[in-house]
Design a protein around this ligand. Structure first.
Ligand code: DGJ
Length: 726
């Protein structure tokens, strides 16, 4: 619910459990007054403290009123160069070369429903949303800055976006445009970021904010393996089930920064948006720029509640799932089974090996096109390699379908190999500055997706492939970071637009795919989890979580990922043991238990499994299908922290709390292992539950007293408990 109090010009945004408030003050400065647990309302600006602080200047119109300074007051969207020396939200340069932004409230609009952002991913929905648009103006530069707020009350979600319009008569260079600024006058916070590298993504790191600026970002052109565009600010004592925390997410897949600042007065600011590095949009008179959407959830009850609200909001109001509430297929991917070394017959042999195991989709990974026998060549030539696949997809797909499976394939449309027909014909289609040899990544170059003709040509090639056979799924991969970012299609003074235009180009082609192939399931991937963000989830309902398929490393990766992203978004496969990435040996049971809390599949030659393993796999897929709704759409509870605890445990609970699934994977074994209990969460204390079909255990007992952990005999054992209310 959004309430506007006309008299004191206070905007109050209520969600079910939280309240967010701002006020246009007597100087038309938009002050942030409160964000936290839901309160009844009123004008909370009495909380704001005014004091004269040395070297904190005062706006000209306040005269000698030295206690009024933009440098100390909590701003809703911080200005630039006019007296607030904290992180600016916006920077622009009109023709006079100044770089000042003095934003003042100039009006607002309120309506039911959710605003849309053209060409950008955004949360969606109908009348359950309310929108507030606050118009800010810099009178001297004639720039208007519209602050968009979407309120999804039930999910505690507040979205934000920003649109800047040049209302002057000269060109303006926009050099920074954050999506979100959040000021807190007071409060001590920890900042949690989700960091890592290729094959070890989204590991949480937590540290108290210290004086100055702390930031994570990506300058890789993608959101990156290295930092995620999702961060948490929380009280020092906050944990899974208690304490105040704020999750902030950017719905964007390119360069970003999440910057927190602890100021001279021990106040805190968070700014989230496109990283200003090599970002500059020239706006002609009348032109506008829209910054990507950001989303906020505040939880007064710890990280668990915040995550569950993000999961619900993403599942129900961001992800557009072509399976529309139906179950997504259990898949088999040939990558780790064959790498590039396959033929049609070998693939069919592997597909035959999945017979009777409950696999529903066969995915042919990299290596089926052009001259792609290694990763040194072929990208860009999206036509079937007829030596490997005689008769093309027209011949192969029916053979796989005859085995009772759908067919899917891998593509990497944003890339080109120098050893390809496409590159020989269009060398200028790759990003790069003429006269400067580009850096290669995985021996490949990046196509300039900011250019329409490049996208059109690739899209037509992809369409020809998709139209040549009955293809139900694609895995859209992207295997390097952007470098040499320069486009032959833009003049020198507009090269600062290329990074963002590239991302818009990716979104454009993904949207076209969605429109033209509404039933196509797309899994995105960037060497695993290099572009795991809400922007991609808007177009692709699942993302390959990591190139690391080791079940035990995955426990940490999936744990970190779960703070923001739902199980249904997390591509997870059972692969061979010893594991290809780290050589670890784990049982098929453990690998299955870890992978089925994700968009589930197998990535190994199943025909090589022993009869006992095949029987276990058959039971795994049957179990997964039987409990699909619970696993994929249930409320997710982290029961332990795999970075702190040798055991990893988590739980999914059905919305009516009548069913739950607990999964536990133990760590390295030891003699004289201590006796331990696992306290369950989210159950109905008044109900009695059977556990794996046995007994009648009261919910309150299972939550307060817990369940005894089995004493592991061997490393990395798994246990699954299915609870059903009597
Ligand atoms: C990187 C992906 O993450 C892998 O799963 C696989 O598809 C390879 N690329 C293929 O080149």
């Amino acid at each position: 619910m959004i309430v506007f109090n006309k008299e004191n010009r206070v905007f109050t945004l209520h969600t079910r459990n939280t309240t967010y408030q701002m006020k246009a003050d007597w100087h038309n400065i938009l002050l942030h007054t409160y964000y936290g647990p839901r309160v009844s309302g009123g004008d909370l600006s009495y909380l704001i403290q005014y004091a004269d602080r040395g070297f904190s200047p005062n706006p000209n119109e306040v005269g000698d009123k030295r206690d009024y300074s933009l440098d100390t007051l909590p701003q809703e969207y911080s200005s630039c160069g006019v007296g607030d020396f904290r992180i600016p939200s916006i920077e622009f340069e009109p023709e006079d070369g100044s770089r000042l932004a003095d934003l003042r409230y100039a009006g607002h609009e309120l309506y039911r429903g959710k605003y849309k952002l053209e060409g950008l991913p955004a949360f969606w929905g109908g009348q359950e949303w309310e929108t507030l648009v606050i118009c800010m103006k810099d009178a001297a530069a004639k720039m208007s800055v519209e602050l968009y707020y979407g309120v999804l009350e039930e999910k505690d979600l507040i979205t934000r976006a920003v649109r800047v319009v040049n209302q002057g008569i000269g060109a303006v260079r926009l050099q920074r445009c954050a999506s979100l600024c959040l000021d807190f006058q007071g409060d001590d916070f920890d900042l949690i970021t989700f960091d890592g590298c290729h094959t070890m993504e989204r590991c949480p790191n937590r540290a108290p904010l210290r004086p100055g600026i702390q930031s994570v970002n990506s300058l890789r052109g993608t959101s990156s393996h290295h930092h995620n565009p999702f961060v948490i600010l929380c009280n020092h004592g906050a944990g899974e089930d208690y304490g105040l925390c704020y999750g902030a997410m950017l719905v964007y897949s390119g360069n970003f920064h999440a910057t927190a600042e602890r100021t001279q007065l021990e106040n805190n600011r968070l700014v989230l948006g496109i990283d200003p590095y090599n970002f500059c949009f020239t706006l002609a008179p009348g032109e506008s720029f829209t910054a990507p959407e950001a989303a906020l959830i505040c939880s007064p009850n710890g990280f668990g509640q915040m995550s569950r609200q993000f999961h619900r909001a993403l599942r129900e109001h961001l992800i557009r799932d072509p399976c529309k509430g139906e179950r997504r297929p259990v898949l088999m991917n040939n990558w780790e089974a064959t790498y590039f070394d396959f033929t049609a017959d070998k693939l069919v042999e592997i597909a035959e090996g999945t017979q009777g195991l409950g696999i529903e989709l066969f995915v042919m990974d990299d290596g089926w096109f052009g001259s792609r026998d290694t990763d040194l060549s072929g990208l860009g030539d999206w036509s079937v390699n007829l030596e490997k696949l005689p008769g093309g997809l027209e011949a192969l797909v029916p053979r796989v379908q005859a085995l009772g499976m759908k067919f899917g394939l891998w593509i990497e449309p944003e890339m080109v190999s120098e050893n390809s027909r496409l590159y020989r014909e269009h060398p200028d289609w790759a990003l790069g500055v003429p006269g400067r040899p580009q850096a290669r990544g995985r021996s490949q170059l990046v196509l300039d997706f900011s250019r329409r003709e490049v996208r059109d040509s690739i899209y037509e090639a992809v369409r020809r492939v998709l139209d040549s056979a009955d293809i139900s799924y694609i895995k859209w991969d992207m295997n390097r970071s952007l470098s040499d970012v320069w486009s032959a299609a833009l003049p020198a003074n507009r090269q600062g637009e290329v990074y963002h235009r590239y991302v818009l180009g990716v979104y454009d082609i993904l949207e076209r795919l969605r429109q033209d192939y509404p039933n196509l399931l797309i899994e995105s991937c960037s060497g695993g989890g290099g572009r795991f963000d809400a922007g991609m989830l808007y177009y692709t309902p699942q993302i390959w979580c990591s190139d690391n398929t080791d079940a035990i490393d995955r426990l940490r990766i999936q744990y970190g990922t779960s703070f923001c992203y739902p199980v249904s978004a997390i591509g997870a496969h059972v692969s061979a043991s010893p594991n290809e990435q780290n050589g670890r040996v784990t049982s098929i049971e453990t690998r299955g238990a870890a992978a089925m809390s994700g968009a589930f599949g197998y990535e190994m030659d199943l025909s090589r499994c022993t009869p006992e393993e095949r029987e276990i796999i058959r039971r795994q897929t049957a179990f997964f299908k039987e409990h699909y709704d619970l696993i994929q759409r249930g409320d997710y509870y982290r029961l332990s922290d795999p970075f702190a605890d040798p055991h990893t445990a988590w739980e999914q609970v059905s919305p009516d709390r009548r069913e739950a699934l607990v999964t536990l994977i133990s760590g390295p074994t030891r003699a004289a292992a201590p006796f331990r209990r696992l306290r369950l969460k989210g159950l109905d204390p008044a109900l009695r539950y059977t556990v794996n079909g046995q007994g009648a255990y009261p919910g309150d007992v299972l939550m307060e007293a817990g369940w005894p952990l089995p004493i592991p005999r061997g490393d990395y054992q798994s246990m699954q408990l299915y609870l059903s209310a009597l």
